[in-house]
Design a protein around this ligand. Structure first.
Ligand SMILES: Cc1cc2nc3c(=O)[nH]c(=O)nc-3n(C[C@H](O)[C@H](O)[C@H](O)COP(=O)(O)OP(=O)(O)OC[C@H]3O[C@@H](n4cnc5c(N)ncnc54)[C@H](O)[C@@H]3O)c2cc1C
Ligand code: SF4
Length: 327
């Protein structure tokens, strides 16, 4: 581990000015991913800007939109009364992540920005286009059991490891970002990127920008919902495949459907075609199976992860079945 400077501020403007002046600086929030990456030599920031004292810890409902500050911990968010009542899908997604101890310090902004768990990315002796552009991809033709089946490229087949982000993608959240030029807002589903030819870029946050908050518009998806995460152990393990499913059922028909997957792509993978198919139909097993079939249309395995081609549709069907069966 290299030496680095450590500065702390409680003012957003100062945080932006500090990062803007120094291309080798990084924000640190809970530190649960950043410090691991530094210890392994994957990244080597020369300055850490501690943002834990910025006023970004609010969870409040304003004009029917839930505002969640970027520094809210994953456990505080999962335990919040508004989240439990109005956005319980997000609660389940959060509870599926990491361990209780990690969730106590992991923040919303940090969770969105966490790097992939691809083993080649963490092993600095191995080729990895994400860590070192142009060095090759160890996972293609190598160990790729955890890797993507959707939206892959010849440069990278890594997945985004977050659970929380799958819930937020399904809930049509938006991200509010601050930079030198002021604030901007983007749809959550557009925050993370596909790897394409630039796998070193995980998302569309520009250098020098800070995530301020996430906003979720009110919905009627708090009755029939489920987050189903399939993993090697029942806790403290990343998703092989996960599915966030929420249905609004009116008079026996699906008025609104939301579906997103984790563990299958470089970004939370929203299943729009399946949602459109389900709308206006009864939530029968046959319709759930057809929605899962539609979702798998462009899936591609890379050898060791071929099992996901079966696991993914089965997980979609099971998540929908549990969601529709809730009273
Ligand atoms: C053993 C283990 C198991 C885990 N299992 C899971 C799991 O099952 N599911 C899951 O979802 N996650 C899991 N995680 C990941 C964990 O959730 C993340 O490490 C955590 O959410 C990161 O948040 P943090 O606040 O600690 O971020 P940090 O480590 O402090 O920062 C991560 C990155 O985010 C940037 N950053 C932080 N805040 C902001 C901001 N406001 N604006 C801009 N940039 C910012 C930092 O500069 C850094 O690049 C696991 C982690 C570990 C160590
Ligand atoms: S899948 Fe992506 S992160 Fe993993 S080795 Fe290939 S380029 Fe690196």
């Amino acid at each position: 581990m290299i030496n680095f400077q450590f500065v702390r501020t409680s003012v957003v403007k100062t945080a932006l000015s500090l990062i803007g002046k120094d291309p080798k600086a990084a924000f640190i929030a809970g530190g649960t991913n950043l410090v691991d990456l530094m210890k392994r030599g994957v990244i080597a920031p020369e300055k850490l800007i501690d943002i834990n004292h910025l006023p970004l810890k609010q969870i409040e409902l304003k004009n029917n939109i839930l505002h969640i500050g970027a520094l809210v911990s994953n456990s505080a968010l999962a335990e919040n009364a508004l989240v439990k009542e109005k956005f319980p899908l997000l609660m389940l997604a959060l509870q599926a992540g990491a361990s209780a101890q990690l969730r106590n310090v992991a923040t919303v902004g940090g969770n969105m920005m966490q790097r992939t768990r691809c083993g080649y990315f963490y092993d600095t002796t191995m080729p990895c286009n994400k860590r070192q552009p142009g060095s090759g991809c160890g996972a293609i033709g190598g160990y790729n059991r955890m890797h993507a089946i959707f939206g892959t490229s010849e440069s990278c087949i890594a997945v985004h490891p977050s659970d929380m982000c799958v819930g937020l993608a399904a809930l049509d959240a938006q991200v509010v970002i601050a930079g030198a030029k002021g604030e901007r807002k983007i749809n959550f589903v557009d925050f993370h990127r596909l790897a394409g030819t630039t796998p070193e870029k995980d998302n569309n946050l520009q250098k020098g920008e800070l995530i301020l908050r996430v906003e979720i518009p009110a919905n009627n998806l708090n009755k029939n919902f489920h987050y189903l995460k399939v993993r090697d152990r029942t806790s403290y393990a990343f998703a092989l495949v996960s599915v966030a499913a929420a249905l609004e059922i009116k008079d026996g028909l699906i008025a609104n459907a939301r579906l997103a997957m984790g563990g299958v792509a470089h970004k939370p993978w929203r299943l729009t075609a399946s949602e459109v198919f389900l709308r206006g139909k009864p939530a029968t097993l046959a319709n759930c199976e057809e929605a899962a079939k539609l979702a798998m249309k462009d899936a591609k395995g890379f050898g060791e992860n071929d099992f996901k081609l079966k696991l993914a549709p089965n997980t979609i069907i099971e998540a929908l079945t549990i969601a529709k069966s809730k009273a």
